[in-house]
Design a protein around this ligand. Structure first.
Ligand code: AOF
Ligand code: ZN
Length: 368
């Protein structure tokens, strides 16, 4: 099963909103074929394994990291294909919560006399597909916070001068994160200060993420780089009750999707998350600035965090502080499963955000 999970990983960034799935066929103690779900819309892991195995699939045991599906989707049901191929037993990590499957795959296999064992490496498999499982089970996406921090604790310089905190290798990883995300979110402060494109340029481009601006008062410049590049991918402007109709009309004319969202704080994140998830978005990258990240953490919405820690110093009288600012939020933020790598002179620290209760403190309705 660990091998199946490693195969599943190969689909990361390519299969979403589908889960990553890996499978092997084992006969007489030997692996006769491997397969994985390689891209959204492409054949499922089991089908790839059966195809590779050919006749050798007959009488073999299938080890797969997710319950085989039972629905006719973009491809025919895997459970039926396994029966046809003559597989004798199936070992799977956990049930697929997709309502089209959820137990039906196992039932179909068992009905035809195939021996099915569930729950092998279930925890590890659920961890691998946590973003998919969260979207299917709660209707909310997986929020990934990302920021770069200088050695003196700044995410930018005051006065909005564009500033490169990390080196080229860290930038490549940050772009790869964008490339694997279904949406990239920033606050209006970042848009006004940096005029960013928010596209994935410095790494393999796996998908075109929606670019989302949290812009309570609809101040995004219609002539800025975001909207000038709207042909490269959709731009959402998330506005609040204070946004003037005239501004929204201008933004729409420039090609933006204007999202009108009354809620803020945890409700705001949940409402936006529900909209994005309904469009099939699984991984949402929140890139800042500081107040947006702080809001995400303060309301307990962040699921995963990536910090690029630079060894350089921004200096200056008072560089802009990172997401925590001066007020450490109640209880702080703890990461688990932390991994640390060195990228040239920078450190890349990432992990899952440990669940905590949302803070009671009310925050600004919309970043302004
Ligand atoms: C499997 N093996 O490798 C995967 C499964 O859009 P479709 O037709 O590809 O179907 C996507 C759904 O199929 C997805 O929501 C999940 O329930 C299941 N994914 N199932 O047996 C696989 N990727
Ligand atoms: Zn399938």
């Amino acid at each position: 099963m660990r091998r199946a999970l490693a195969l599943a990983e190969r689909g990361r960034g390519r299969v979403e909103p589908n889960p990553m799935v890996g499978a092997l066929l084992v006969k007489d103690g030997k692996v006769v074929a491997e397969g994985w779900h390689g891209a959204f819309g492409a054949p499922h892991a089991e089908i790839e394994a059966i195809r590779t195995a050919g006749e050798a699939a007959r009488g073999a045991m299938l080890v797969v990291s997710l319950e085989p599906c039972a629905h006719q989707g973009k491809t025919p049901p895997c459970a039926g294909a396994l029966v046809q191929a003559g597989v004798s037993s199936v070992v799977a990590a956990h049930l697929d919560p997709d309502p089209r499957v959820s137990g039906r795959g196992v039932a179909l296999l068992r009905r035809t006399g195939i021996d099915v064992r569930m729950g092998v490496c279930g925890e590890e498999a659920r961890e691998l597909n946590a973003p998919y499982l969260k979207r299917i089970e709660t209707g909310r996406p997986w929020w990934i916070a990302k920021w770069a921090l200088s050695r003196d604790g700044a995410i930018a310089s005051r006065g909005g001068r564009p500033l490169s905190i990390t080196g080229a290798a860290a930038k490549r990883e940050a772009h790869a994160l964008r490339g694997r995300s279904d949406a990239v979110v920033v606050g209006i402060g970042t848009v006004l200060a940096d005029d960013p494109l928010l596209t994935c340029r410095e790494s393999e481009r796996l998908r075109v993420a929606r670019r989302v601006v949290l812009d309570g008062k609809a101040r995004t410049p219609p002539g800025g780089r975001l909207l000038r590049s709207v042909s490269e991918g959709p731009v959402w402007i998330v506005t609040g009750p204070e946004a003037l109709e005239g501004r929204k009309t201008l933004l729409r004319a420039a090609g933006a999707v204007v999202v009108e969202q009354p809620g803020a704080g945890r409700r705001g994140w949940d409402d936006l998350g529900a909209r994005l998830a309904a469009e099939g978005c699984t991984n949402i990258l929140v890139e800042g600035g500081g107040s947006v990240l702080r809001d995400l953490f303060e309301h307990g919405a962040a699921d995963e965090a990536h910090l690029f820690l630079s060894t350089s110093v921004v200096g200056g009288k008072d560089p802009l502080p990172g997401p925590w600012g001066t007020d450490v939020t109640a209880g702080g933020v703890r990461l688990r499963g932390v991994r640390i790598s060195r990228l040239d002179d920078d450190l890349w620290i990432r992990g899952r955000v440990e669940a905590r209760r949302a803070s009671a403190s009310a925050s600004a309705a919309h970043p302004s």
